[in-house]
Every structure is written in C-alpha cells, then in structure tokens.
Design a protein around this ligand. Sequence first.
Ligand code: UT7
Length: 326
Amino acid sequence: MINVKITGTGSYVPEKILTNFDLEKFLDTSDEWITSRTGIRTRHVAAEHEVTSDLAAEASRRALSMAGVQAEEIDMIIVGTITGDYPWPATACVVQHKLGIQNCAAFDVSAACSGFVYALDIAVSRIRSGAGSKALVIGAEVLTRAVDWEDRNTCVLFGDGAGAVVLEACNEDKGILSTHLHADGSYAELLYQPGFGSRNPASEEGLKARLPYLKMQGNEVFKIAVRSLTEVAFEALEANGMTAKDVNLFIPHQANQRILDATAKRIGLSDEQVYVNVDRFGNTSGASIPIALDEANRLGRIQPGDIVLLDAFGGGLTWGAALIRW
Ligand code: UT7
C-alpha cells in the first residue's frame, strides 16, 4: 500500500490581537469569566483587507517551503473551512490562483471544526488511489466575520487563522496510519449559521434577526464534544493496536481548555502529552488543528517516529481523528 506522510507544515495568524480586556470594553463580559470558562486569553483578528484565502495561501507557502516542494508540483488543494471568501466558489480555487498555479483539483470541505481532519482523510485516500502524489491540505477561517459581536455567548470564543500541511506519497513505514470520520446531523442546529442558505435566503428581516451569524447551544455541544472526542480517539488507537501510552503528542481541536482537560483525562493522557494553544488563539474552527500541528512541529515537540493523534469535533455535528507516525 502507498503510504502518505506530512513533509511540511505551515501556519499564519493575522497580526492584530484582541484580548479579553478589549472585549470587556464593549461587551457585558469579563476576563475572569472568559479565562475560567474557556482558558482563552487572546485571539487574532484579520485586518480589514485580509480574507480567508490570504491566510490560507500564506500558511501554504510556509508549508511548501518546509517541504521543499514547488507549488506547481501540487496535485490537489483541499481547504476545510466554513468561512470561505465566498459561499462559492471554493476558497481552494482562490488559494490555487494566489499560489500562481492552475489545473490541479481544488475544493473545500464543509465539516466546521472537523474540516481539516475530513480534508486530510480525503487527500490521503486520493493519494492512495493514485489520483496524485502531492497534496496541500489546509484549514483556514475568518470566524470574526461570522460571529455576532452582540452575542457574548459566542463572540468571545472565536479567532482567525490558517494552517496547512503538504502531503506526499512515500514507501516508508510512516505517515498517516488511519483516519476516522463521524457525523450526527440530528444535532445540526446545536451549532450552525441559520442564514443565508436555502432555508433562510438573504432578506432584511433575516439580517435583523441576525441569522447570518453563528449560533451555538454551548452547554449541549460541550457534553457531546467530550464524549465524541474521547470515543474517536480510542477508535483510532484501537485500530492501530495502540493505547494512550503510545501517544507522543495529542493535538485536539482547540475549543475550550475545559473540553481539552476532560477529554485528555478520559483518554488517559497526561498534560505533557497534550498540545494546547487555545489560550492564545481561541477557537479557530477548521484552522485550529493545523495551526497547533505547525507550532508543535516548529517547536520540536514532534520528532521522527513519534505518534501524533489529531482529534477534531465541530458543527454538523462532526468529529474525527487521525493517527500519524511522524
Ligand atoms: O468548536 C466547536 C465546538 N464548540 C465547543 O465545543 C464549545 C462548547 N461549549 C463551551 O465551550 C461552553 O459551553 C461555553 C464556553 C460556550 C459556555 O460555558 P458554560 O460553562 O457552558 O456556560 P453557560 O453557557 O452555561 O453560561 C453560564 C452563564 C450564563 O449566565 P446565567 O444564565 O447562568 O445567568 C451565561 O449567560 O454565563 C453567562 N455567559 C457569560 N458571562 C460573561 C455566557 N457567556 C458569557 C460571557 N461573559 N462571555
């Protein structure tokens, strides 16, 4: 079987930082509440001229540079995003153009915070099937333009950023060992954007009702998140005959420090095994895992031969895991 390994990682977050204290100035909230309930202290916010494809393209350039791969060599670009430049066409097509290339397959995956792991799964399968040998898999979001800045229940949680990996076919005994994807659409309305799709097309009334903004029933989502992240992590480990002890680095979706702690505890992971950056970036949805993966990689937290477990959960509801031998 053809193996598929990650040969480069990259990430990009906008320069502007919004602190909890900044939020206190225009919202009925406090640094104390946000920190104790979520662990988030700051999040990055895209500049007015920046759009999702800009973040994605910059993260991609950094990943390509690390891999030593030219953009022209890429056979497919897959972007996990729910805040693309446009509802359509796909942000992946815009990224392709910004990287100065043409012809390769380019499409987005809509799986919310699980988008990167879903995109990874598709890219690995396509490479294994012989559809190409080099892929760019990206998670990119500008969530600060999708949240309702009058809704303290949600707007304090999210931030902007992008992460990318270069995948290449290889004959070595390493790479993506397995991927595991799940969804339960009966929970679609626990975390969603009610407008403006076919259910609630664009209208002034819809705008007044704030339908184009993200809505979440946080409490419900919290419980399902911990359960699903735990279950799929065990599924990935069991599929490879491993246990929590084999994991060198666990990189979960960065939604909330309390979710990370509860999940890690249930899986049986120590703090040292878990990569956390939710305090600095907040929840960047599809971008959160690839940003964390790139940070950990550049910090030397991942060494050749290490076992890395990616664990995602988000709107859909969707969840998924990927087990990697680095
Ligand atoms: O990325 C995809 C997956 N997303 C997640 O996994 C997020 C899952 N959910 C969560 O992380 C948490 O549920 C939240 C952080 C969203 C909320 O934390 P919580 O401990 O579940 O709080 P809560 O929703 O039960 O709200 C508790 C109280 C409420 O006040 P009352 O009704 O008890 O008087 C809220 O109105 O906290 C209030 N509250 C706030 N207070 C100050 C909610 N947001 C804020 C805020 N500042 N920003």
